[in-house]
Design a protein around this ligand. Sequence first.
Ligand SMILES: *[C@@H]1O[C@H](CO)[C@@H](O)[C@H](O)[C@H]1NC(C)=O
Ligand SMILES: *[C@@H]1O[C@H](CO)[C@@H](O)[C@H](O)[C@H]1NC(C)=O
Ligand SMILES: *[C@@H]1O[C@H](CO)[C@@H](O)[C@H](O)[C@H]1NC(C)=O
Ligand SMILES: *[C@@H]1O[C@H](CO)[C@@H](O)[C@H](O)[C@H]1NC(C)=O
Ligand SMILES: *[C@@H]1O[C@H](CO)[C@@H](O)[C@H](O)[C@H]1NC(C)=O
Ligand SMILES: *[C@@H]1O[C@H](CO)[C@@H](O)[C@H](O)[C@H]1NC(C)=O
Ligand SMILES: *[C@@H]1O[C@H](CO)[C@@H](O)[C@H](O)[C@H]1NC(C)=O
Ligand SMILES: *[C@@H]1O[C@H](CO)[C@@H](O)[C@H](O)[C@H]1NC(C)=O
Length: 742
Amino acid sequence: MPTVMKATLLIPAVVLAAFLSLTEATCDLKDIRLYDNGEESQTKGMLQICDGTQWTAVCDYQWRQVFSIALCQDLGHANPTPLTVSNNGSWPSIRYVSRYTSLYSTPSCHYNNESIAACLTSSSYYVTSTYARYYYCNTNRDTLFIQCDFDMGTCTRGSIRLYNNGSTSSTTNGTSGMLQMCDTSGRWTAVCGYSWGCRESRVACRQLGYTANNAQYIINAGPWPIFGFGPYSSCSSSATSLSSCYSYSSYYRQTTRYCNPLATTIRLTCQTGSQTNESCSENYKIRIVNKKETETSIEGRVEVCYRNAWTPFCRSLYSGYYYYYLNSAQIGAAMCNSLDDSRVATDLSVLYRDNRFGVSTSGMESITRISCPGSTTSGLKYCSFTQGSYSYYSCSNCPGSLGLKCFYRTDCNEGEVRLVNGTIDREGRLEICTNGVWGGFCANSFRKSAAHVACKQAGYGDVMGAIIYTNGEFGVGDGPVLYGNVECFGHENYIADCSKNIAPNFTCYSYAPVGLLCRDNCSEGSVRLTGGRHSYEGYAEVCVDGIWTLISDNGWDDIDARVVCKQLKAYGTSAGEKVDNPPYTRSNKATRFSNVNCNGKEDMIEDCRHHTIELEEGKTFDGPVAAVDCKVTVSITVPSPSQTSQTSNTGRSLKREDTILGSGVGLLILAISILVIGITIMACIIMRMRKLSIAKGGRNTDREQTTMQHSRLEEEDAYDAIRDPNPVSVTTKPHYDDEMLS
Ligand SMILES: *[C@@H]1O[C@H](CO)[C@@H](O)[C@H](O)[C@H]1NC(C)=O
Ligand SMILES: *[C@@H]1O[C@H](CO)[C@@H](O)[C@H](O)[C@H]1NC(C)=O
Ligand SMILES: *[C@@H]1O[C@H](CO)[C@@H](O)[C@H](O)[C@H]1NC(C)=O
Ligand SMILES: *[C@@H]1O[C@H](CO)[C@@H](O)[C@H](O)[C@H]1NC(C)=O
Ligand SMILES: *[C@@H]1O[C@H](CO)[C@@H](O)[C@H](O)[C@H]1NC(C)=O
Ligand SMILES: *[C@@H]1O[C@H](CO)[C@@H](O)[C@H](O)[C@H]1NC(C)=O
Ligand SMILES: *[C@@H]1O[C@H](CO)[C@@H](O)[C@H](O)[C@H]1NC(C)=O
Ligand SMILES: *[C@@H]1O[C@H](CO)[C@@H](O)[C@H](O)[C@H]1NC(C)=O
């Protein structure tokens, strides 16, 4: 006791004591105590030290069992086996106390006949950082409870038990608890969890009389004074008791680095009940249990007839390290090929490791490893299986059984492609029909040229620059991943003509199959109106990044609408206006253009102030979009230019007739007059201009007629007369002049 200090601090201490809460007496610096139920105890309680004026709790951070032993010795306990509980209770103040000691000795100062209290407090300090206060030395949590007279109980050497708060496995349900073993001196000691594994867990469960399979363990079952078995314990799978397994020296056991009595104990859970060993006759056949069946597939937990018992596969099944062994897609295929069902498509499968079809409860030891040489056609007949060697760290990595899906052949057209589950036009997950099954494309190394061919084949035109999604934008789909390592030149018309691997002969590492957004053949900045009765009314679409996109009606007004009409070279542009609640048919395009604010002088909508929305944002936008009526009076209903070529070809002749009938003689005469004048005056000029235009690659260099540039739409020329008031264009197609109205 530092009596000198006590004397010098007497007066201030008394004052302070009166000042402080009456429940806390003053104390001597470096005093240490166990505090239990409101009073100091010689045997058990919360560990506290005195900071000179008041008692503060000792933080459990880096506390070691050897400190507890030394402390209990100082308190007069002979050969103590103290129980040390961390995270035990709260105290208003906390102090971190530590002292470097060699890993398996008592603190060095103890050998100098110094008290453990003096030794430890010589290096103690307050925890000041908020972080450490919260995470390591939390006054509500990180205190220590030490019980010096803890009785570990006597036992018969070599026996083991699952310990639960004073109850052993024989008195509770007992399938779960801290694993303890009776040591050479006949005391229950905790088994060290360092390097503990499933094989050891199974040996322990078997020794306790439980089913060995599906044993599970967690390291950190709580504190226990002394370690016995382990670390680096290692049992052979045939061992019947832990004592027959190999265990490393006590050096490792006593180091907190490997075996920390406060943290490295094992909670073991064994399974009761005996194995329900369901017999089968035809080895290497598979069956699907817990199955779900649809018209196109069958899926469920997969089991194989192995040694005449139905045996599940562990979901973490892996195999095929060697190039001549089957990869996991091929193993799935071999499994489906082993299903006796003629509807099942050969060589196609999906393996599920997410335990979606539940866990096998048969108690049969799962097959955790499988290697199959050769081909998939012989099924699993020549495969070799390993049962029950689970992963190194935890049996709980493998509590589940493998799921398998096999596919039934449908009548899809071989080689056909489609985009599915997109939200806007021209996008979706890419699928191909192979062997009567729709499936996706592996996203690893799927490049632009392949996307180009796919879009072309899917009927979206020979337009470069499709956007490739590899992030599962359109879901992963229900089908297999059919194509991998696809390499196209770009000129191919069918993706099947590209070089590729077909399932199951490749390993796909990507999470989701390929998704595509095929571009439109539009030129940047051009506009069009769709969904109206003719091409001068409808929803405004602008070409952004080669994709027709709708315009949000946010801030849309008549001035903006007139710029669209101006850009379309519509007649009566000054009368163009926005349309609220339009009766038009909305196209399934993304809305990616918003907050348009034109001043009216712009020639193109693109030149107006606006915001372009990224594709990802725009996709989901389904609010109202901008509509325009250019106030071009058209007497008849004509198909929208965005419709297909067939319908518009029909529409063309109808339209001519209707127009002529509907417009009246006066207009007809007027139109013919315009035509005649047009031809007479402009013919030469036009011919020259056309030649010029062709020489320039057919492009409208002054961008005056943006919609003209979409001549791939065959119907376009049917509308040119209406759409294009430019005399140049009119005279090139004089036979439609009669469709033009004042
Ligand atoms: C602290 O641990 C001891 C021993 O296990 C226990 O009796 C006591 O209830 C615990 N106290 C708190 C507050 O957790
Ligand atoms: C500590 O005390 C013991 C007996 O009380 C004595 O034998 C030993 O020499 C002392 N050690 C030291 C370093 O003083
Ligand atoms: C241990 O058992 C005692 C009495 O049986 C009970 O009061 C206490 O809550 C139990 N502790 C734990 C952690 O289960
Ligand atoms: C004991 O087992 C029964 C039935 O398996 C279960 O309902 C009960 O919760 C278990 N009790 C304990 C303490 O685990
Ligand atoms: C199935 O059960 C029988 C008898 O219970 C046993 O001899 C046989 O080894 C078991 N088979 C497997 C694969 O566990
Ligand atoms: C469609 O795509 C969404 C994600 O955009 C996905 O959540 C969903 O599962 C997909 N549906 C199908 C049938 O693929
Ligand atoms: C996969 O590879 C095997 C062996 O090279 C071959 O026999 C089989 O036809 C291939 N399957 C497909 C679908 O390409
Ligand atoms: C795309 O449009 C341009 C200009 O209108 C045209 O020359 C070209 O043939 C079109 N390409 C396709 C694949 O339709």
